[in-house]
Structure formats: structure tokens, C-alpha cells
Design a binder for this molecule. Structure first.
Ligand SMILES: [Zn+2]
Length: 457
């Protein structure tokens, strides 16, 4: 998570918005991805789409009193809002301010680093208002008049646009989007999110780290909610095409129940998902594969390795590879901290050597595919931080997670075919509207099918 925040400056007498980026961990994570270079072209398109901007309220431009002075402070470690206000406001004033503040947030639960913007009258240093940034999207504005303190919640306005991009891979996909000058208006972190999203969606079709070839092409339509500073609040891939070694792959978002729990399908309406994720970690390097016999690194004896080891940094997030119920969440001998999940289709997955468990996931908890269950470590018998991952049948028979033929997700439900057909055309149109790219491969046959059906009516 990035700690985005907004502050106002009144140096010119008018308030402006700045963006502060503060999380060095996130930045490091991004930098580690910059291991290749790629060129591509992309198109930003916002004009030809219907205006779907939600009414999110607005951040009023307030013209500052010229005699006003502004001071920016942030909460220290273990410092509450009350502590920070000691010496700035009298006890009575402070109590009144906190009462007003509590209408929108708890003054005791503000994290270290929370930003506060104090507006003083320059003449007598009288505090006339205070803005407390409570999240990337919300600020509590406290103002003082003759009657005391009064609060309001100011929401950062967002707008929705659709980002269209296309590219040709010259080396590897990863930094294609990151280094793409045409996406200059898209913050660096968000360009990374786009690649993560593509990786998530296409993970069952193409292994981005091994199978991408020079000359492969891709294009995608990505709907996002954007803040005024250009940072993305949320986003969703609507449609994507990846042509890998001459084979086209498509992923079209469709939400059968319109509850946000949709999924991705190919042009024929088959799910591109499989019942299991191919990997329980977002970033992975396989350090030891499944094998009937290998020299054990600690015991120095030849033993079967009945799982896959993924080298990763301590604390890296581990995901459940499929929906299921947690049947073990405790120390397990040489496995160290171990989670086991039983899945409805008769499989069991095991995740070992964890540094810690995710507290929300307990023994007996139901987990969804991709839900975080714990963090990489080296507990038990391990020579370094890694995840040991196993897949078994319920009778305990082991399988190679990298070789097992994974069952597919459900296709588009039959009672949703009409809406699917309409949305498919709309989302494919987005891809085809990208200048310099041709018709979506494989859709021609679908359209002619439709024409034939139309003609038969
Ligand atoms: Zn292992």
C-alpha cells in the first residue's frame, strides 16, 4: 500500500494539491521489477468514452486569507492527535476539537505519519482551521468560528476513465508498461499494477517470466478510478489480448451476477481461470522442483522432494491457491509453521516454513483463491527464506504442482449468454479502437456466426 496524501499550500493564496509518496518498501518492490527493457507504444483514450464520472463530492478550492499562515505537521510514533495539540490549543478548545473530529474518525487511532495542516491567522497566531488527512481519499477539515469547532469530511474527487494500451515486446513484457513514455500520465506504481493485473489474468495461459517472446504483442483496456493527481484508486482490466509465439489469448471481464465477483473468459465464453493458481506467491523464483529423489540440503541424504520451493524474501505474502477450508494452522515438525487447506474438489495444499500466519485466517476459516494466508519465512528445517508448497490428493498421494492438469473454472452461465454477447462486443471494440492495431484475432468467426444466426431469424 502506498500512503498517498494530500496537502494544501497557500503560498500563492490559492490552494493546490500535492502528492506525497512515502513507502520505501513499496518503492523497493517496484525497483526490483526493473530488470528488463522493452519498447512499446500505447494510447491513452478518454475522450470517446461515455462520461461515467461518479458524483463523489468535490474538494472545494478555498482561497486562503492572505494573512493566513500554514504549517504542516505529522504524527510521530505513538503520538495521538490530542498529544500533538497540547501547547497549540487550550484544554477546553482541544476537547471541543476532538469532539468534532470524532464525528468522522477516531483521534486515538491515527497512524504515525498522519498529516495535519494547521491554518493560522498570521497576526495573532490564532488557529482557524485544521485539515487531518485520514486516508488517501478523505480529509477531515476542522474549522473554528465563534461557536467553537465544526468538522466536515472532504472527499478527494475521483473520475473514471478507460486506459487503452498496445505494445510489441522487444525483450520482456515487464517493464514495457513501466518505461512506456506514452503512459507518462500514469504514475509509475500504477503502471506496475497494470502488469500485475495482466499477469494475474493470463497466468494460466502464459508464464510471463518464461514464455514471452520477442515479437509478441498485446493490447488491453483498463478501467480505472483516478484521483486529481493522476494516481489510481482502483482499476479493473476489461479486456486484453496477448499474442504469444503466434497464438492469441484473450481475457474478457464478465460479471454474471453483477456483484463484482466476475471473472475472465475467452472469446468463446470459456473461463480462463483454473481451479488452482499456478503459484502461491506473486513474485517467485523456483529454487527446487518436485522430484522423486534429491540431496536434502540439511540432512545431506537423498530424499524425495514432494513439493516446489519458491525462494522469496522473508515476509512475502503467500496466497491460497484455491478456495477451501484451513485444516491445519500450526507448527508441523520440520515444516515449521504450516498451513494446510482442504479444497472441495478433493485436493489438499500445504504451505510450509512460514514466518507467521495471517491473523484473520484461523483453523477452520474459509479462504478464497488468492487470499493471503501467511508470510514467507524459514521456520522448521530450512536453509533460507522460502516457501515449500505441496499439492496432495485427500488420500495423501502427492502430485507435482507444476505438472498437474488443473481443472478449469466454469464457463459463462447459459442464462447469461445474451448479456455476455453484448458485453463481449463492447469490450472487444475497445481493443479494436486502439490505433494501429487490427481486428481482434478469432472474433471474426464469432461475428460471422452471429450474422448467420441473424440471417436465420
Ligand atoms: Zn521444499
Amino acid at each position: 500500500m502506498l500512503h498517498d496524501s494530500v496537502r494544501w499550500e497557500t503560498s500563492t493564496g490559492r490552494q493546490s494539491i500535492h502528492r506525497l509518496r512515502g513507502n520505501s518498501v513499496a518503492r523497493e518492490r517496484l525497483i526490483t521489477k526493473l530488470w528488463t527493457t522493452v519498447a512499446l507504444c500505447a494510447v491513452l483514450n478518454t475522450s470517446c468514452l461515455p462520461d461515467t464520472t461518479p458524483d463523489a463530492g468535490s474538494l472545494d478550492v478555498v482561497y486562503a486569507n492572505p494573512s493566513e499562515q500554514v504549517e504542516l505537521l505529522s504524527l510521530g510514533q505513538d503520538q495521538t492527535l490530542g498529544l500533538l495539540l497540547d501547547g497549540i490549543l487550550s484544554a477546553n478548545d482541544q476537547a471541543a476539537l476532538l469532539v468534532a473530529f470524532r464525528e468522522y474518525a477516531s483521534p486515538r487511532r491515527m497512524p504515525a505519519g498522519t498529516e495535519l495542516v494547521f491554518h493560522y491567522l498570521r497576526d495573532d497566531q490564532w488557529l482557524r482551521s485544521l485539515d487531518v488527512v485520514v486516508s488517501a481519499d478523505e480529509t477531515v477539515r476542522l474549522t473554528r468560528n465563534e461557536l467553537g469547532w465544526h468538522s466536515e469530511l472532504v472527499r478527494i474527487p475521483i473520475y473514471v476513465d478507460t486506459l487503452l494500451a498496445s505494445g510489441k515486446i522487444e525483450t520482456v513484457l515487464w517493464s514495457a508498461v513501466v518505461n512506456n513514455e506514452y503512459l507518462g500520465g500514469v504514475p509509475f506504481e500504477d503502471r506496475n499494477s497494470l502488469i500485475d493485473e495482466l499477469d494475474q489474468v493470463f497466468q494460466w495461459q502464459v508464464d510471463f517470466s518464461r514464455q514471452i517472446r520477442v515479437g509478441d504483442t498485446y493490447r488491453f483496456a483498463f478501467e480505472r478510478e483516478v484521483r486529481p493527481d493522476g494516481s489510481m484508486r482502483s482499476g479493473r482490466l476489461l479486456s486484453a489480448e496477448l499474442v504469444n509465439s503466434g497464438t492469441p489469448y484473450h481475457a474478457i471481464w464478465f460479471d454474471p451476477n453483477k456483484d463484482g465477483e466476475g471473472s475472465y473468459f475467452d472469446l468463446e465464453g470459456n473461463s480462463v481461470r483454473r481451479a488452482f493458481l499456478l503459484k502461491p506467491l506473486a513474485y517467485r523464483r523456483i529454487s527446487s522442483r518436485y522430484s522423486p529423489s534429491r540431496l536434502h540440503p540439511i540432512l545431506r541424504t537423498w530424499r524425495a522432494h514432494r513439493g516446489v520451493d519458491y525462494a522469496a524474501d522473508a515476509g512475502a505474502e503467500i496466497m491460497a491457491t484455491s478456495d477451501g477450508v484451513v485444516t491445519h494452522r500450526a507448527w508441523k515438525g520440520s515444516f515449521g509453521n504450516t498451513v494446510e487447506i482442504q479444497h472441495p474438489n478433493g485436493f489438499v495444499t500445504r504451505y510450509a516454513h512460514l514466518s507467521s500466519f495471517r491473523s484473520e485466517v484461523q483453523l477452520g476459516s474459509r479462504v478464497r483463491q488468492s487470499e493471503i494466508i501467511g508470510y514467507v519465512g524459514m521456520t522448521g528445517q530450512a536453509t533460507g527464506n522460502h516457501l515449500h508448497y505441496e499439492m496432495m490428493k485427500r488420500n495423501g498421494e502427492h502430485m507435482d504442482p507444476l505438472a498437474v492438469d488443473l481443472p478449469a473454472g466454469d464457463p459463462v452461465p447459459s442464462d447469461n449468454q445474451v448479456r455476455w454477447g453484448e458485453e463481449l462486443i463492447t469490450r472487444v471494440d475497445l481493443l479494436e479502437s486502439i490505433p494501429g492495431t487490427g481486428p481482434v484475432i478469432g472474433l471474426g468467426s464469432l461475428q460471422s456466426q452471429g450474422d448467420e444466426q441473424g440471417g436465420a431469424q
